[in-house]
Design a protein around this ligand. Structure first.
Ligand SMILES: Nc1ncnc2c1ncn2[C@@H]1O[C@H](COP(=O)(O)OP(=O)(O)OP(=O)(O)O)[C@@H](O)[C@H]1O
Length: 365
């Protein structure tokens, strides 16, 4: 395994900066997901790490050794990087065992040593017994596991994965997520995983880097990213957070603050270093599970839509105080469309605004 250091990495195609001044330290053995919408630059960044493209600026280091930048470009085959693509890239005329053994053959590993490594790699992805099959006689998930085994057989220090589950159906994706996690635990390889699917990134990665327009907006572990998004873009992209206006009433503690929301008072979490002053208008991120129907205090809202989800119901409601806003609410029961209910916000996250003034927590009465 190798630590990867990206320092002010930039890649321009003509006028477009596909990757724009990206700096990121990936620890040896870490599993990092690059997450973003189509065209945000994640594949380009992966290609730069692999060595398929040259940098326009910045530097890339593996374990402190410069592999790209400052006029230097170590070619892909000398970076000890394994790559798994969306399209599997298997040889159709070769058997499973030949496909997995091919890079070892190129490295001139022979006989029992090669066969041993192939068997070990196939066992790791649960494909023992499939050695003689051709790729055409495998399912999509099995083909992707062959591609993973081929990568594993090389003992790469770094594994790069470019949307490897994009061609698979929903059920297979879930079982492949387990396969990737096990692969990571087993090999201890440093992994960089490109995806536009936030659930996939959150399920597998140690840290997720959210990208937009060639830049990293935020990099954090999945729990922090979900609970404490640093910007509106991240809040919306991760977990479909709704952004609403509120007004600061008073501080409640080092990281809690009372906010007026649709005419009712709610206590929300906030960054202790970015407490806005009382009276300030702020933006809150609310997720469906932060909201619940209530008989008591809360804000009045009209039910626009009710969707049964099995374990729970999602009610789309519009607050009376902001009829154009639609908020999904996690509810235990269905409610009639058009009915008026009361909704309580039991949690929420105050989005950092960047120009905050301190507000003192209220004294205990
Ligand atoms: N070889 C190229 N020549 C010109 N522009 C390119 C080239 N490769 C990528 N781009 C542009 O750079 C930007 C980032 O592309 P990239 O493929 O890295 O995005 P992505 O986030 O991986 O998207 P997707 O998920 O659709 O693959 C896009 O605007 C794309 O059109």
């Amino acid at each position: 395994m190798s630590a990867i250091s990206l320092a002010a990495v930039t890649k321009r195609f003509g006028e477009t900066a596909a990757v724009d001044d990206v700096s990121l330290e990936i620890r040896a053995g870490e599993f990092v997901a690059l997450l973003g919408a189509s065209g945000c630059g994640k594949t380009t960044l992966l290609r730069l790490i692999a060595g398929f493209d040259t940098l326009s600026g910045g530097a890339i280091r593996f374990d402190g050794a410069l592999v790209a930048g400052g006029g230097r470009h170590v070619p892909p085959e000398d970076r000890n990087v394994g790559i798994v693509f969306q399209s599997y890239a298997l040889w159709p005329h070769m058997s499973v065992a030949e496909n997995v053994g091919y890079p070892l053959r190129v490295r001139r590993l022979k006989g029992a040593a090669r066969a041993g490594k192939v068997a070990e790699a196939l066992a790791a992805v649960d494909l023992t017994g499939f050695e003689a099959r051709r790729p055409a006689d495998l399912s999509g998930g099995q083909r992707q596991r062959v591609a993973l085994a081929r990568c594993l057989a090389m003992d790469p220090a770094v594994v790069l994965l470019d949307e490897p589950l994009a061609n698979l159906d929903v059920n297979l994706r879930a079982s492949m997520e387990d396969t990737f996690r096990e692969f990571h635990q087993r090999t201890g390889a440093t992994m960089v995983y490109v995806t536009h699917d936030q659930a996939e990134a959150m399920a597998m990665a140690d840290r997720v880097a959210v990208m937009e327009a060639g830049r990293i907006l935020q990099v954090a572990d999945p729990v922090t990213l979900y609970a404490e998004p640093g910007s509106q873009q991240v809040a919306r992209f991760v977990g479909n957070g709704q952004i609403v206006d509120g007004r600061i009433l008073r501080g409640l503690g080092p990281d809690r603050i009372a906010v007026q929301l649709f005419g009712s008072e709610v206590a929300v979490r906030c960054n202790p270093d970015a407490m806005p002053a009382a009276g300030a208008t702020v933006l809150l991120c609310l997720r469906p599970e932060h909201l619940e129907p209530t008989e008591g205090a809360g804000f009045a809202a009209t039910v626009r839509k009710a969707t049964f989800k099995g374990s729970h119901v999602i009610l789309d409601v519009s607050p009376e105080a902001a009829p154009e806003t639609v908020l999904p609410v996690w509810a235990p029961h269905l409610a009639a469309i058009g009915s008026m209910i009361r909704v309580r916000a039991k949690d929420g996250w105050l989005l950092p605004s960047g120009h905050a003034a301190a507000v003192k927590p209220a004294r205990a009465a």
